[in-house]
Design a protein around this ligand. Structure first.
Ligand code: ATP
Length: 370
């Protein structure tokens, strides 16, 4: 009987419980044993009770629960080979040779490294006398499949990550609340949303809430952004708008790479000098409300369909199969090479960090035209 484990890792995102539920139940349905690794890689390294056999009823009601019920953690030990070796030993002791990981690009990079090292980790465990040759014999290959769980929608190669539409819905709901009070008092609000390298949440929240102006990392502002934004807001106000909403992603910058903070934007909107806008302006940082709460229907559906596909991918894999992750492209659930997507994602982040915004933009454009 194949033993398949599922794990959530990195930052939590709404919909992860749907993934775990789908993996557990599909595995059982297809005649396999299902396991959950609690607390991400930390649980894999600690072993014992952190790796738990799951039954059908263990995941009952999980679709409508926020966060991840099997926990997630950052694990320093897993960055180092000895930590990964302990993790390999724990997997063999539990009889597990297939792992489905739902996490961000860091978690998926760690997973690929683990898979590549697997034979040498087992060899070393045998040579150190921690496991016997007979114990490791059935576990020649580690089978890994990734599912991207992230509220930022920041992985290349997939149209949506599990959790991003829930975070977007939450932001829009919060903007609606803010708009009511902004309109009443004729105020301006600067709303900071998550996204250090990827402005998807800010961009789509701007579209979905009809914001006056947005700031995202991939489209850095020219030096005269103050004038630009001032003109836009003045025009909207002159047309009778009683509220002003500006959305700023955490990673917003100008073309020189200087960070544009909500305070910079507020100071401009509130400037009471002759050239200023003189608006009564407040800042709202949405923070972790974007991450928490239950998953919207889309993320429940995405997590479920991808969880089912991940189990099929595990069962159909051969030793020569490239490690894949489950993506959604044009509404189709598909398998794609994992490391290519991770590397493409890192290239965009590196270009933004190196202030090479043209390159970042062209990489993102290429991704959208794929
Ligand atoms: P997010 O950034 O969306 O919150 P993530 O999966 O990218 O999610 P990370 O903190 O980067 O989050 O990674 C989660 C865990 O995965 C780390 O704590 C570590 O245990 C493991 N990990 C990440 N990168 C690597 C790596 N290069 N090698 C080995 N393990 C890694």
């Amino acid at each position: 009987k194949k033993k398949i484990a599922v794990m959530t890792s990195g930052g939590d995102s709404p919909g992860m419980n749907g993934v775990v539920r789908a993996v557990v139940r599909t595995a059982i349905h297809l005649g396999c044993d299902a396991f959950a690794v609690y607390e991400g890689y930390e649980g894999l390294v600690r072993g014992g009770d952190y790796i738990k056999r799951m039954e059908w009823h263990d995941v009952r009601g999980w679709l409508s629960e926020g966060g991840t019920l099997i926990g997630t953690a950052r694990c320093m030990a897993f960055y180092e080979r000895p930590g990964r070796m302990t993790a390999a030993k724990n997997m063999v002791l539990h009889g597990i040779d297939a792992l489905i990981i739902c996490g961000g690009d860091g978690s998926l990079t760690g997973a690929d490294k683990f898979r590549a090292e697997w034979p040498s980790l087992l060899e070393e465990l045998v040579s150190k006398g921690e496991l016997t040759k007979d114990q490791v014999a059935p576990y020649k290959h580690l089978n890994i499949v990734g599912i991207v769980g992230s509220i930022d929608n920041d992985l290349s190669g997939t149209d949506a990550t599990v959790g991003c539409y829930s975070a977007l819905a939450r932001i829009c709901e919060m903007v609606d609340y803010i708009e009511a009070t902004a309109s009443s008092h004729s105020r301006a609000f600067v709303i900071e949303v998550m996204g250090r390298h990827c402005g998807w949440l800010a961009l789509l929240a701007g579209v979905a809430s009809g914001a006056d102006f947005i700031f995202i990392p991939e489209r850095p502002q020219p030096q005269d952004w103050r004038e630009d934004m001032g003109n836009v807001v003045t025009r909207h106000r002159s047309l009778g708008k009683r509220k002003t909403i500006v959305i700023v992603a955490e990673g917003a910058r100008d073309k020189d790479g200087n960070k544009i903070t909500p305070e910079d934007v507020r100071d401009l909107l509130a400037d009471k000098t002759e050239d200023g806008l003189g608006l009564d302006t407040r800042i709202t940082t949405l923070g972790h409300v974007q991450r928490g709460g239950t998953a919207v229907a889309y993320d429940r559906m995405l997590g479920t369909l991808q969880g089912v596909e991940a189990v099929h991918a595990v069962l159909e894999a051969t030793p020569d199969t490239e490690t894949c992750f489950i993506a959604i492209n044009e509404n189709k659930i598909v398998r794609k090479p994992l490391m290519e997507a991770v590397q493409d994602t890192k290239k965009v982040a590196a270009a933004v960090d190196a202030k090479d915004f043209e390159k970042a933009m062209s990489l993102r454009d290429a991704e959208f035209s794929d």
